[in-house]
Design a protein around this ligand. Sequence first.
Ligand code: NDP
Length: 234
Amino acid sequence: MSRSVLVTGGNRGIGLAIARELAAAGDKVAVTYRSGEPPEGLFGVRCDVTSSEDVDAAFAKVEAEQGPVEVVVANAGITKDTLLAIMSEEAFTSVVDTNLTGAFRVAKRSVKAMMRARKGRIILVSSVVGLLGSAGQANYAASKAGMVGFARSLARELGSRGITVNVVAPGFVDTDMTAALTEEQQKTIKSVIPLGRTARPEEIAKTVGFLASDDAAYITGAVIPVDGGLGMGH
Ligand code: NDP
């Protein structure tokens, strides 16, 4: 199995772990990055998912390098946490534009080739807080919840073309995104996670790898939690 894969935000954190997991499974993996350098051993294309022109250009480069994208992972995401009463409209719209509209741009650009091939995998990286809610993260939680309705609609639209669309909803994962939390905040978070610990990026990547694999051929429209039990019941 050596499919053409594209992972957005694949230069660090969860995205990089996903890219490495799929590359280890034998796929040709490209990653997008916004800043810095592409990771060693992976084909990197610079792309800001808030720009459809960037997304289009990135796909064109990936198609030229490794063929039409057969598996796409919309992973790029940001947070701009603050309480609603003092949240600027920019903090709301920029988070939605990156996390949700960014996933729309990436899925839309990938879907024509997948429809032609009558197969494809679209995997969106959401978050446990999309369904659980999180004080101080109304913008982020709204963007991540939106991904669920988006994915489930796509699952219905594209199922007859052999394309599956699924969501992975991680809990707290050790990356730059959570490194900003104080020790006290980390302690409080761990106390409410049934497994009592945060996740390693590789643990999220394994689930994405499964959803991308032949073993997951009959799974679509699913929201798979990888959260140590934090979101149970949602
Ligand atoms: P990081 O902050 O470590 O990495 C974020 C990635 O997204 C980077 O590669 C970054 O690129 C990229 N990115 C951000 N904005 C854009 C943009 N406009 N265009 C293109 N790329 C962009 O985050 P994580 O690895 O922790 O998070 C990855 C995903 O997982 C996100 O969607 C996040 O919401 C989700 N998630 C994370 C959790 C956690 O606890 N860490 C929990 C649940 C979900 P660059 O480096 O170039 O800026």
